[in-house]
Design a protein around this ligand. Structure first.
Ligand code: LIP
Length: 270
């Protein structure tokens, strides 16, 4: 059941404020240098700015809604005393950290609010392109103030498809083999290095579809709501309900055909 409008309004306002404060920190006030560490592999980066951004977001949310659960990429799940309010936040403080380290366009701040297990608000702030994508469940999706709505589906051979790769060298090799088989069958591939931006690119028609394996919910939650509120279908590569393990987001008229192709290429088995 959709939450009451006043709660949706409060969560949306808070998500926008937290994202704006985080963008100010990581982009507008970007320092000349900052600490960079590795996580799961030598190519899986985290910076002091990821951590500072998440602290900022947690502070903004906590000041207004101290009883909410916040799950962030860097500091994990923090459950307040008493077990929480039923509202849970998914936070990727810098989605596309490698892009951020190299100052390459496309890194973003991704914040989603979930009520009783349903994502109802999503904000993705993309400062290098000067855009903020957002959606509230049942109210559609926008890029800044411009409504987002998918147009007609492109033929599969004319689809521009975004994807991403994991950090494990072996998995990356297998994912590269899938791309090599896919490439001749679609218009082209885009690898933008940030899942939330890939999802918002489907919503805004900058790509026709996006698939990726091995995401986390904080990569996915906000962008998937924005894409579905813009008219896209979001699910797993094999056509199941949306799950971070193997994501496919595409025009509803092209989803099944692309799913069959990707399943046949072993895209979800890498
Ligand atoms: C990134 C994702 C991207 C994926 C990268 C990385 P992070 O998230 O947004 O789609 O391909 O490997 O996982 O780690 O930069 O927040």
């Amino acid at each position: 059941m959709t939450p009451p409008d006043d709660l949706l309004d409060e969560l949306a306002t808070l998500a926008h404020r937290a994202a704006a404060d985080a963008v100010r920190l990581i982009h507008d006030e970007r320092p000349a240098s900052f600490g960079v560490d590795n996580k799961s592999s030598s190519t899986d980066l985290v910076t002091e700015m990821d951590r500072a951004s998440e602290r900022t977001i947690r502070s903004v949310i906590g000041a207004v809604r101290p009883d909410d659960v916040v799950i962030g990429e860097e500091d994990g799940e923090v459950v307040p005393e008493g077990g929480g309010s039923g509202v849970r936040w998914w936070v990727d403080p810098i989605d596309g950290t490698t892009n951020y380290v190299y100052d390459h366009p496309g890194y973003n701040v991704s914040i989603a609010a979930e009520v009783e297990g349903e994502v109802v608000v999503g904000v993705v702030a993309d400062p290098t392109h000067g855009r903020t994508y957002s959606a509230v469940v049942g109210r559609g999706a926008v890029c800044d103030d411009r409504p987002l709505r998918l147009g007609p589906a492109a033929e599969l051979s004319q689809c521009l498809v975004a994807t991403g790769f994991g950090y494990d060298p072996g998995r990356r090799g297998r994912q590269g083999q899938v791309v090599a088989e896919l490439l001749p069958q679609v218009r082209d591939i885009r690898r933008m290095g940030a899942a939330a931006l890939d999802l918002c690119s489907v919503a805004s028609g900058r790509v026709d579809a996006y698939y990726e394996v091995g995401l986390s919910m904080w990569d996915l939650a906000a962008g998937a709501l924005i894409a579905t509120e813009a008219g896209a279908r979001a699910g797993t590569i094999d056509g199941g309900p949306l799950h971070p393990r193997a994501v496919l987001v595409a025009h509803p008229d092209r989803f099944d055909e692309l799913s069959r192709l990707l399943v046949g290429l072993g895209a979800s088995d890498v």
